[in-house]
Structure formats: structure tokens, C-alpha cells
Write a protein of this length. Structure first.
Length: 87
């Protein structure tokens, strides 16, 4: 009898946790911002002694019809087979 009562209490607690937990996560979360994948976590490296140039052009438009262009580039040099230096 005691085991059945304990199971019922655990089931009720899990039910409340599954309902309230995600709500709390949503309420106390902060905005997330992402960066370009190859800028932040590129798994590949540049070959030793080689250079690599990456270019991009970002375009933004505001509600008031202002437009913006943001060109950028990245230069990387392979220091070894597993390490490269990027600027």
C-alpha cells in the first residue's frame, strides 16, 4: 500500500514538473543570436602553408525602407594540419 502511494506521488510530481518546467524555461530564457556557421564552428582547417579567403555580402532592410549592405571577408592561413589562423 505504501509503495502504491509513493508511486502516485511520484507520478503527480512528474506531471507537474513536465507542465511547469517548460513554461519556466520559456519565461526565463533570453534571445539567441546566431553567427555564420563557417565563422564560428568550421570543422575543416586550411592545409598547412596555404591561404583561404572567404567573402560575404549581407543585406538588411528596415521597416522605413532603409537598406544596408555589409561586405566582409576572412583570410585564413594553415599553420599545421590541424591549426589555422584566421583574420
Amino acid at each position: 500500500m505504501l509503495i502504491l502511494h509513493a508511486r502516485k506521488k511520484i507520478k503527480n510530481s512528474l506531471s507537474i514538473l513536465c507542465t511547469v518546467g517548460p513554461s519556466l524555461l520559456f519565461l526565463f530564457s533570453s534571445p539567441a543570436f546566431a553567427a555564420r556557421p563557417l565563422t564560428t564552428d568550421d570543422a575543416g582547417t586550411v592545409e598547412k602553408g596555404k591561404f583561404q579567403v572567404e567573402t560575404r555580402l549581407d543585406f538588411t532592410r528596415q521597416d522605413n525602407h532603409d537598406r544596408g549592405y555589409d561586405p566582409s571577408w576572412t583570410l585564413a592561413y594553415g599553420l599545421s594540419e590541424r591549426v589555422d589562423l584566421g583574420l
